[in-house]
Write a protein of this length. Structure first.
Ligand code: R1P
Ligand code: URA
Length: 350
C-alpha cells in the first residue's frame, strides 16, 4: 500500500479507486461474471473481442478485474478468490463503481450432493447459508446450541437463472459427456471442510450435517462458498437512494497498488465516483437500478461417489461454461438508461 486513502467509511484512493478491488468508475461493466480462480477468469477473458483491448486491474489484495466486450457488448470478469468475505468485497465495491443495473453471474466449482458425474453443471434457483455456530462447545460437544446454522433460502434472479440455464444447454459441445441440471438448491458454506461435512482432525460435529440439510431441502444439489452471499446482497439492495457518496471523506492512510494493462482514459482521472441514482443528465432513474444475480456451478467433487474431477474435464467444462456465461450475459436485456455511461470508460470504442 502506497497511496493515500480517503474515507474510513468507504475507503478509496485519491483517484477514486476502491480499497480492495483497486478499480474505479468506468473500469467495470454492468454485466459481470465472477469466478474464484484467476486462471478461470483469464480463460473467459480469452473469448473477449480484440477491440477495445481488454483492460485488466489486479489489486494488491488479489482481485482481478478484466473488462472488455463480448460480441460488442461490454462485460467484466472479476476473479475474487474464495469465501463470503471476498464475495462481500466484490459486490459492495463493484456496486459503488457502477451506474445502473449490476447483473452478476457467478461461475464456480462445487461439491455435488446428488448422484451426477463430476463435470455436471448445476444452475441453482436458490441458495441457503450453512455456517459454523461459534456458540457451540466444539471440544466437549455439550451445548444446547446446534453446531451449524442453516439459513432460509434466497432466490437467484429467476429470469437470469433461466437465461443462464438455456445458454448452457444451447452451447453444450457434443463432445462433453456431462449435462446441465437447473432449478436446484445450493448451500454456501463458510468452510470447505467443517460446514461442508468433511472430516478433518478437528472435532467438528458435522457427521450428520449433509443428511440434515438434505432432509430440510429435498432439492439440495450443491455445496460451495459464495453464491448465497452474492444472492443475498442482490436481494437486499433496496434502491439507489443511499450511497456512500454522501459521506464526507475523512483522511486515513494507505491503499491499493493495482497493476493494469491499459491506462485509464485521462477524461476519467480524478473524477468523483459515478453512483447509481441518476442518469447521465442527473435525472433519477425510473425504475430504480437493480442487482440481479444467478450462479452456475461445476461439480468438481462428487460427495456421493467420492470422485474428483480431472484437469482434462475441468478444461473442457470451463471452456463450455465460460462461453455460455458470456452468451447469457450479453443476451440478458438491460434497459439502455440503466447502463453505465460509455464515454470515458475502458470499454469505449474510440
Ligand atoms: C473451494 O475449493 C472453492 O471452490 C469453489 C468454492 O465456492 C470455493 O471458493 O468455487 P471457485 O471454484 O469459484 O473458487
Ligand atoms: N468447492 C467447494 O466449496 N466444495 C467442493 O466440494 C468443491 C468445490
Amino acid at each position: 500500500m502506497k497511496d493515500l486513502i480517503l474515507d474510513a467509511n468507504f475507503p478509496r484512493t485519491l483517484d477514486q479507486r476502491v480499497y480492495h478491488l483497486g478499480i474505479r468508475s468506468g473500469e467495470v461493466a454492468n454485466r459481470i461474471v465472477t469466478v474464484g480462480a484467476p486462471s478461470r477468469a483469464n480463460g473467459i477473458a480469452s473469448l473477449l473481442d480484440a477491440s477495445p483491448r481488454p483492460f485488466t486491474v489486479t489489486s494488491e489484495r488479489g482481485f482481478t478485474t478484466i473488462t472488455g466486450r463480448y460480441k460488442g457488448v461490454p462485460v467484466s470478469i472479476v476473479s475474487i478468490g474464495m469465501g463470503y468475505p471476498n464475495a462481500d468485497f466484490f459486490v459492495r465495491e463493484v456496486r459503488e463503481c457502477l451506474t445502473g443495473d449490476m447483473v452478476v453471474i457467478r461461475l464456480g466449482s462445487c461439491g455435488g450432493l446428488i448422484d451426477v458425474p463430476v463435470g455436471t453443471i448445476v444452475v441453482p434457483k436458490a441458495s441457503i447459508a450453512i455456517t459454523r455456530n461459534y456458540d457451540f462447545e466444539f471440544i466437549d460437544g455439550g451445548s444446547s446450541e446446534p453446531p451449524y446454522r442453516i439459513s432460509k433460502p434466497v432466490d437467484a434472479d429467476p429470469q437470469l437463472h433461466r437465461t443462464l440455464s438455456d445458454a448452457l444447454q444451447r452451447t453444450r459441445p457434443p463432445t462433453v459427456s456431462t449435462g446441465v441440471i437447473d432449478n436446484t438448491i445450493n448451500a454456501s458454506a463458510d468452510s470447505f471442510y467443517s460446514s461442508q461435512g468433511r472430516q478433518t482432525s478437528f472435532p467438528d460435529h458435522n457427521e450428520t450435517l449433509i443428511e440434515q440439510m438434505k432432509s430440510n431441502h429435498a432439492n439440495l444439489a450443491t455445496l460451495e462458498m459464495e453464491t448465497f452471499h452474492i444472492l443475498h446482497l442482490a436481494a437486499n439492495w433496496p434502491s439507489a437512494t443511499q450511497t456512500t457518496a454522501t459521506v464526507t471523506p475523512p483522511v486515513t492512510a494507505l491503499p491499493v497498488a493495482p497493476a493494469m494493462t491499459v491506462p485509464p482514459s485521462p477524461s476519467t482521472q480524478g473524477q468523483p465516483p459515478n453512483v447509481s441514482t441518476s442518469d447521465a443528465e442527473g435525472k433519477p432513474l425510473r425504475p430504480k437500478p437493480r442487482i440481479r444475480a444467478a450462479a452456475a456451478q461445476m461439480v468438481f467433487a462428487s460427495r456421493t461417489s467420492q470422485d474428483f474431477i480431472t484437469p482434462e474435464t475441468v478444461a473442457e467444462i470451463e471452456a463450455w461454461s465460460g462461453r455460455a456465461v458470456l452468451e447469457a450475459l450479453v443476451g440478458f436485456e438491460i434497459e439502455p438508461h440503466h447502463l453505465h455511461e460509455e464515454a470515458g470508460s475502458v470499454w469505449e470504442l474510440r
